[in-house]
Design a protein around this ligand. Structure first.
Ligand SMILES: Nc1ncnc2c1ncn2[C@@H]1O[C@H](COP(=O)(O)OP(=O)(O)OP(=O)(O)O)[C@@H](O)[C@H]1O
Ligand SMILES: CC(=O)N[C@H]1[C@@H]2OC[C@@H](O2)[C@@H](O)[C@@H]1O[C@H](C)C(=O)O
Length: 408
């Protein structure tokens, strides 16, 4: 199968904007072997699939921050009381246009004409994730993206897995399996976005042996607390600077560790429904009661985040799959205080960041959705039932075709 270009678009739970990646793909996902057919392993920076397997090369990446009014309007949609159908409908189209802009911009940055792009995979913006009720809501209209770019678009990836009885998340693990697996090393891939999620790829594993689940808050509580402390002026602890000046409050940490989610057996996934505004409100009440300073509060929430990842490894992974190393990606990998705490929690397992091994942390999830869209166009499943708990693998997403152009 020849080389083709695909675009992946990702807007995560932190609501910081749109990540757009344009990749060149050689080989076919699922060409050679494995439960749902895994190809030869190559990384993002690999060549052209010399073993006949899959290779993915990142040609261009950009981040398009949401306009501030859009960002604030999205946050209002996280509250079911203000997320009325008219507002959700309007935002679905508004985001579709912004996603189309991002796709065209990344194609221009790579110097690739839209006609030369075979597919866009667009994750959309998660508004509500309720796997126990069998549904999840991601918006950003695929038909608008296809119309404005002239490129076939796969969107709304999660419902197919939910329909098959799964969590609908996480979905990146199959692409991590394709791109990172190693015959010698058991790898932990930890994403620290709004939510934290871990993927475990045992040495020499086939795709049915990969496990993954959401560990709990990634940056969501740190960001939520910072917004409260600064009256909304700052949405993150830049460089982990405030946390670095504070000390963890043991009593507050203990209360936070009592959250039942951490002890839930995987498969499991979570989101803003649990660790959003109402949770931060309760946390601020406890801080008041215990007289915890601003810096100590951020230090405690940072420690909690690191602990939840270490605890997940110790509780659910370590005995069966002692790891050789953890590779950390997502915005949390830019927070040195969080990484310091995480190193302590994980010891003796060494930790490296995506950047430290020469891969782009920011582009990773966008690349994943380009690859998942390719799977869908080829009629191949993109989910791992061992990860999501579904009855079987699912072909993910919905295809929107632009007028006058068929897929491929
Ligand atoms: N320089 C930095 N210092 C501290 N924290 C940072 C820095 N840069 C990014 N972050 C954190 O990373 C977050 C964004 O991470 P990322 O873009 O990976 O999340 P996301 O993709 O939206 O989330 P998810 O993976 O859960 O969908 C920011 O909200 C912030 O908390
Ligand atoms: C419902 C939803 O949007 N889930 C996200 C979120 O952000 C991180 C974590 O929670 C993960 O489960 C998932 O995203 C990544 C891209 C995934 O599906 O692998």
């Amino acid at each position: 199968m020849g080389k083709r270009c695909a675009i992946g678009l990702m807007s995560g739970t932190s609501v910081d904007g749109i990540d757009a990646a344009l990749v060149e793909i050689a080989g076919r996902p699922g060409e050679s072997s494995g439960l749902i057919g895994a190809g030869g392993t190559t990384g993002e920076a690999a060549g052209d699939g010399p073993d006949g397997g899959l290779s993915v090369k990142l040609l261009a990446f950009l981040n398009l921050p949401y306009p501030e009014d859009t960002r604030q309007a999205i946050f209002r949609l996280f509250d079911p009381a203000s997320a009325t159908v008219d507002k959700v409908g309007e935002m679905n189209v508004r985001l579709g246009k912004l996603y189309a802009d991002a796709a065209l911009a990344v194609a221009a940055k790579a110097g690739i004409a839209p006609e030369a792009v075979s597919v866009i995979g667009s994750h959309g913006q998660t508004l509500w994730h309720a796997p126990e009720q069998g549904y999840t809501v991601q918006i950003g209209e695929g038909s608008v993206i296809a119309e404005l770019t002239g490129i076939p678009c796969v969107s709304d990836f999660r419902p197919a897995d939910l329909a098959a009885g799964g969590q609908g998340a996480p979905l990146v693990p199959y692409t991590e399996y394709l791109l990172y697996r190693s015959p010698e090393e058991t790898l932990l891939l930890q994403n620290i976005g709004g939510i934290g999620n871990i993927t475990v790829i045992p040495a020499g594993a086939d795709s049915s042996q990969v496990t993954a689940f959401d560990t709990g808050p990634g940056n969501m509580l740190i960001d939520g607390v910072m917004r409260r402390l600064t009256g909304g002026r700052t949405g993150m602890d830049e460089g982990g600077r405030l946390a670095a000046t504070g000390r963890c409050c043991a009593e507050l940490l203990e209360r936070l560790q009592a959250e039942a989610y951490y002890r839930l057996q995987p498969p499991k996934s979570t989101g803003r429904e649990l660790f959003g505004d109402a949770y931060v409100e309760q946390l601020m009440g406890w801080r008041q009661e215990l007289g915890v300073s601003d810096a100590d509060l951020v230090a405690t929430v940072t420690r909690l985040t690191a602990w939840s990842i270490g605890d997940a490894y110790r509780r659910f992974v370590r005995d069966r799959h002692p790891a050789h190393r953890m590779i950390v990606g997502g915005g949390g990998s830019y927070n040195p205080t969080l990484l310091r705490d995480l190193r302590e929690e994980l010891a003796p397992v060494p930790l490296v960041t995506q950047e430290e091994i020469g891969l782009s942390s920011d582009a990773k999830e966008a690349v994943a959705f380009a690859l998942l869209a390719e799977c869908t166009l080829a009629g191949l499943p993109g989910s791992l039932p061992a990860v999501t708990g579904a009855r079987h693998p699912a072909v993910l997403g919905k295809l929107s075709l632009p007028y006058g152009r068929s897929p491929r």
